[in-house]
Design a protein around this ligand. Structure first.
Ligand SMILES: NC(=O)c1ccc[n+]([C@@H]2O[C@H](COP(=O)([O-])OP(=O)(O)OC[C@H]3O[C@@H](n4cnc5c(N)ncnc54)[C@H](O)[C@@H]3O)[C@@H](O)[C@H]2O)c1
Length: 352
């Protein structure tokens, strides 16, 4: 038997879900879409999809088990709540809501409904992120104390609703939510004990188009999340400082390397003084080559299809959603503090 799913908001991202479901998950059938834009309805028709004339028509359809909410961000909460109340399970696109209070409202409805509610945090399956996880899970490096996770470009374009505050635009909610979700997934179960953030509106009139947020964990780990739309020389996607070495992942293609101490004796520092153009230095002198080894980044098999494999298993009562509401809530609580830190112009202590 096929599982019937509907989509609310048939734009760019919904089209991506639809294409992937068609290609990889014949068990899932898209029963129809709802969108307020005639062009989107037309596009759905061309792809052979039915459309609902109103959200109520979708809610009343008893065959639909699952709804994907893929509208602009400010509509996530009302549609998610209405779908849950009409007995549907819900996958909501990220950012799940505009703040943690809105998500708490959804969670309380979901708990009463007996249906599941989950968020599409697909970047947990990114190859570069899985590499960083593997480097520490397999003990290639140990004890990271600074992690820099950056997504940068210079296109300076916040298109459509992404540029407007009312719609939940801006980079903290757009990309920050992915990078913070990755961070918590990496560092769980450690807690964040302070957040310090600076947001910029370099070219967008209403929302942040560049930001840096620094999260201090109870272990002392400093995890820096940076998103820039105005970076004409991009910094690496990842730079990780661990006690016994450093990892660099340059880009989405995952070019990079690990450089680590060749053995424990490598820590014994020579007394050489190096004469740079500006004068002598011992502390910053380059280390002798034979005291380090260079390793390739580990092989990983990231597969985003696991997200929908999990959804199918949940629909069949065989699993819990892999992206849990309490995980999404932690992300949104930290996002609240990113905005608060920027507004107050200081770091904010917490225990999240
Ligand atoms: N997980 C990811 O990697 C990823 C990537 C891109 C976008 N997204 C998320 O997906 C969502 C949609 O983004 P997009 O890039 O597809 O945007 P989009 O503008 O391409 O599509 C949004 C669609 O929603 C429709 N819509 C607007 N208001 C509506 C309403 N009130 N009721 C019904 N339909 C409405 C629009 O007509 C449009 O077709 C956003 O929440 C975004 O953050 C996630």
């Amino acid at each position: 038997m096929k599982h019937k799913m509907a989509i609310i908001g048939y734009g760019g991202m919904a089209g991506y879900h639809h294409e992937n479901l068609q290609k990889h998950f014949p068990e899932m059938e898209i029963a129809g879409i709802y969108d307020i834009r005639e062009e989107a309805v037309q596009k759905a028709r061309e792809k052979g999809l039915a459309h609902f004339d109103s959200p109520e028509q979708l809610y009343q359809n008893k065959d639909i088990e699952l709804v994907l909410v893929a509208t602009p961000n400010d509509f996530h909460k009302p549609y998610s709540i209405a779908c849950l109340q009409s007995g549907k399970n819900v996958i909501c696109e990220k950012p799940v809501t505009l703040n943690s209070a809105e998500l708490e409202e959804i969670i309380s409805v979901a708990e009463k409904s007996g249906k599941f509610f989950t968020v599409h945090q697909n970047r947990r399956w990114d190859k570069d992120f899985l590499m960083v996880k593997k480097i520490f899970a397999e003990g290639i490096l140990h004890d990271p104390y600074v992690i820099e996770s950056r997504v940068q470009g210079s296109r300076r374009g916040l298109y459509g609703w992404r540029a407007w505050k009312q719609n939940g635009g801006g980079m903290v909610l757009d990309w920050g939510v992915h990078l913070i979700d990755q961070m918590l997934n990496f560092a769980a179960p450690q807690k964040v004990i302070s957040v310090s953030a600076v947001l910029h509106k370099v070219f967008a009139p209403e929302v942040d188009d560049n930001f840096t947020a620094s999260f201090r964990f109870e272990s002392g780990l400093n995890y820096i999340v940076n998103v820039a739309m105005n970076s004409f020389i991009v910094q690496p996607r990842w730079h990780v400082s661990a006690v016994d070495g450093t990892c660099l992942i340059q880009n989405w293609e995952c070019e990079g390397k690990i450089v680590k101490l060749s053995d424990e004796k490598s820590l014994e520092w020579t007394e050489d003084i190096v004469y740079t153009a500006a004068g002598p230095t011992r502390s910053m002198a380059p280390r002798p080559k034979d005291t380090t080894v260079e390793l390739p980044l580990p092989e990983v098999t990231g597969d985003w299809q696991d997200y929908y494999r999990n959804i199918l298993a949940v629909l069949e009562g065989k699993a819990e959603p892999v992206v849990k509401t309490q995980e999404a809530l932690r992300v949104m609580k930290l996002i609240d503090l990113v905005f608060l830190s920027n507004e107050k112009k200081c770091g904010i202590e917490c225990n999240i």
